[in-house]
Structure formats: structure tokens, C-alpha cells
Design a protein around this ligand. Structure first.
Ligand SMILES: CC(C)(COP(=O)(O)OP(=O)(O)OC[C@H]1O[C@@H](n2cnc3c(N)ncnc32)[C@H](O)[C@@H]1OP(=O)(O)O)[C@@H](O)C(=O)NCCC(=O)NCCS
Length: 164
């Protein structure tokens, strides 16, 4: 585990932060272990996504000795609406993703980023991890309230109940 003094966490609030986030995320895709998208993201794609998602997405990045090392992303989901206009049972209100550059792996950073995501909201959370990504699966720790709801041929799907 890295000593606290080596590690700084930044909330993504500016275009410069969004670009740092993109570079970290692109540095983590080589293993192809994300459930949804393992493509390299261009600056234009990143800027477009964030322009559309400021307000529903919250992200942080983590630096070790001043060097970008990992990120965490929380994306809010609207409640589903029934035909009569009443909100349906909310199955998940935010999804989580985390990534750590290979150079910094195995040092507890992703666990720390998950704890940050978990503490950032009381909303119910949803996530998934590929079955061939045991570390990604392990990040959804029962001690932190995560439980597996189902799996298909590719992914395990997790939930964490509201905490407020
Ligand atoms: C997956 C990833 C985020 C892990 O980051 P990391 O900083 O190396 O993870 P940590 O050091 O916090 O370790 C996570 C846990 O996995 C455990 N672990 C390591 N190897 C493992 C294995 N083969 N099987 C199960 N658990 C394992 C570690 O022991 C640790 O658990 P512990 O704290 O209970 O001991 C990082 O490798 C990554 O970014 N990969 C590419 C993107 C990705 O897959 N993201 C997750 C999508 S769900």
C-alpha cells in the first residue's frame, strides 16, 4: 500500500482534467478488460462525451508522486418511468468504473478509488466486471456492500444498495 503522502486525488472539473482522465483511461485499455469499451478514446470523442454528460458524470483521478496513475468514474442513471408516469423501482442509480495504469497496479489504488466512489454518493450503485478479469471482480467487495446479482457468459453484474 502506498503511503498517504504520495497520493493525491483530484475531482475532474475542467477541460484539462478531462484530458488527463482520457490519457489515464487510454493507458489502461491494453488488457481489454473493460466490460463495455476497450477502444482508445480520441480527444474529440472525450470532449464530446463530457460536453453531453457534465452533471450526470463525476470523475476523479489519482496521482502518485505527481504522476497520473488511475481514475474513477461515477455515472448517474435516471430512474425508469412507468407508463402512468410514476417512477418505477430504481434498480440502479449510478454506475461505477475504475482503472489504474499497469505501472501502478497491485498497490491498492483501485481499491482506494472504489472506496472514493462508494463514499461519494448514497445512491444505489451498479457495476459489472468481465469474468476473465478477476481483479476487476474482486474490487466489488462484499465488505463494502457489493453483491453479485447475475452473470452471463462474459460478465458478472453487481449491485450496492443505497446507503442513505
Ligand atoms: C483492475 C484494476 C483497476 C486493478 O487496479 P489495482 O490498483 O492494481 O488494484 P488493487 O491493487 O487495488 O487490487 C485490487 C484487489 O485485487 C486483488 N487481486 C489481485 N490479483 C487477483 C486475482 N488474480 N484474483 C482475485 N483478486 C486479485 C488484490 O489482492 C486486491 O485485493 P485486496 O485489497 O483484497 O488484497 C487495473 O488492473 C486496471 O485498470 N485494469 C484495466 C481496467 C479494468 O479492468 N478496470 C476494472 C473494470 S471492472
Amino acid at each position: 500500500m502506498i503511503a498517504d503522502t504520495d497520493v493525491r486525488v483530484f475531482h475532474v472539473v475542467s477541460d484539462e482534467d478531462v484530458e488527463i482522465l482520457r490519457q489515464i483511461r487510454n493507458g489502461t485499455v491494453e488488457a481489454g478488460t473493460y466490460s463495455h469499451n476497450n477502444e482508445i478514446i480520441s480527444p474529440e470523442q472525450q470532449a464530446r462525451w463530457w460536453a453531453a454528460n457534465w452533471g450526470t458524470a463525476n470523475a476523479w483521478y489519482i496521482e502518485v508522486d505527481g504522476e497520473p496513475a488511475g481514475f474513477a468514474l461515477l455515472t448517474l442513471l435516471p430512474p425508469e418511468i412507468l407508463e402512468d408516469g410514476l417512477p418505477r423501482r430504481i434498480e440502479a442509480s449510478a454506475t461505477t468504473t475504475a482503472g489504474v495504469l499497469p505501472k501502478f497496479s497491485g498497490r491498492g489504488l483501485a481499491t482506494r478509488l472504489m472506496q472514493l466512489l462508494e463514499a461519494s454518493t448514497g445512491l444505489p450503485l451498479a457495476a459489472c466486471a468481465r469474468l476473465d478479469n478477476p481483479v476487476g471482480m474482486h474490487l466489488h467487495r462484499p465488505e463494502a456492500g457489493w453483491y453479485e446479482v447475475r452473470r452471463d457468459e462474459v460478465n458478472a453484474y453487481y449491485r450496492r444498495e443505497a446507503t442513505t
